[in-house]
Design a protein around this ligand. Structure first.
Ligand code: HEC
Ligand code: HEC
Length: 299
């Protein structure tokens, strides 16, 4: 309610609420006092199905009182709790405050546990069963949607369990990845390589680097063209973690395997973003997650 720019609507809705409640009460009183015209034998004169006649008995007392109780309850509720426009209620209760209190309580409970983990190096945290149970939860809630629930990744989303790292697999590098995110960026390279045949030959050469099935004549023709790739992937194609370029010799293919996939990478390039977690998670949570991720490929 307080989100409106003027208070017209909150007064309007509060007015409707109060008028409706009072209208119920008035209706109850009026119908309680009204006498229907009866045909002398205490029926209303309505007859159905030949002989089914409607009696004119008043509502049972307890029934009427129940209506009155609901009306009193609603008025008491509206005094105690926020329900009328921006009026906060005498108890000062709000769902936002309830949530904040519960979060604070939860944080206070977990603070000593996290403090313990913060004082331990990641290699040691990775051996702590309780920390790993927490890490698994954090992973499921924040990472599984991209890296898959078993952390083995998917096309475009790296496998975190295989010991193959674009940006580095030491605890320091993993933490850096989580805190600041990563931006894997390969520019379109076709213009620097040459004709579409040159691009295909180069793709065959890239396949040869990992000993994958390839056409060796065409790979030999493409070899020289790799010079323009070496700046990022290294002269031997093993990749450079400082620029986050992939290792092309290991038969692990983040963006697909085969000539077609590699030609596509050369022609179109790729921007692949790992979102930063520093704003979403606490430092301690990132510390535990770092240990969890590191632990998966360092069993
Ligand atoms: C929106 C999708 C997305 C989410 C969510 C996400 N990631 Fe990533 N992550 C990526 C992508 C894409 C990359 C690859 C970046 C690149 O190509 O350079 C990546 C890269 C990484 C890397 C570096 C891998 C390497 O080889 O160096 C790590 C570690 C990682 N993510 C861990 C996590 C963890 C832990 C979480 C949960 C807190 C998480 N990610 C959440 C998409 C995501
Ligand atoms: C400016 C740096 C840069 C240059 C130059 C560059 N690359 Fe890349 N390349 C990258 C990065 C970074 C990635 C990882 C993309 C990601 O994070 O997902 C990549 C990924 C790839 C992949 C995907 C690997 C996989 O696992 O699926 C292939 C194939 C590739 N590059 C081939 C080439 C070839 C061939 C050339 C030369 C024509 C080249 N690259 C030039 C930076 C570069």
């Amino acid at each position: 309610m307080s989100d409106f720019t003027s208070n017209f609507w909150e007064i309007y809705v509060a007015g409707i609420t109060l008028v409706s409640i009072i209208a119920c009460l008035v209706l109850l009183i009026i119908t309680g006092k009204m006498k229907a015209s009866t045909a002398g034998d205490n029926t209303t004169g309505h007859v159905w199905d030949g002989d089914l006649r409607e009696m004119n008995n008043p509502l049972p007392r307890w029934w009427s009182y129940m209506f009155v109780i609901t009306i009193v309850f609603s008025l008491v509720y509206l005094v105690l709790y926020p329900g009328l426009g921006s009026y906060p209620g005498t108890l000062g209760w709000s769902s936002a405050k309830l949530h904040a209190d519960e979060v604070a309580k939860g944080n206070a409970q977990t603070a000593p546990i996290y403090a313990k983990f913060m004082s331990m190096p990641p290699e040691q945290v990775a051996k702590d069963a309780q920390a790993m149970a927490i890490g698994e939860r954090l992973y499921s809630n924040n990472c599984a949607q991209c890296h898959a629930s078993d952390a083995r990744g998917n096309k475009g989303f790296p496998n975190l369990t295989d010991g193959d790292w674009l940006h580095g697999g030491t605890p320091e590098k993993i933490k850096e990845t989580l805190l600041g995110g990563r931006n894997g960026n390969m520019p379109p390279m076709a213009a620097a390589v040459g004709s579409s045949d040159d691009v295909k030959n180069l793709a065959q050469y890239v396949l040869s680097l990992s000993g994958s099935p390839h056409d060796s004549t065409r790979a030999a023709l493409g070899k020289d063209k790799f010079a323009v790739c070496a700046a990022c992937h290294g002269p031997d194609g093993k990749g450079m973690q400082a620029v986050g370029s992939a290792n092309l010799t290991d038969n692990i293919w983040l963006h697909g395997f085969g000539e077609k996939a590699i030609v596509e990478m050369i022609n179109n390039g790729k921007v692949n973003v790992m979102p930063a977690q520093a704003e979403k998670l606490t430092e301690a949570q990132i510390h535990v997650l770092t240990s969890y991720i590191w632990g998966m490929s360092n069993k």
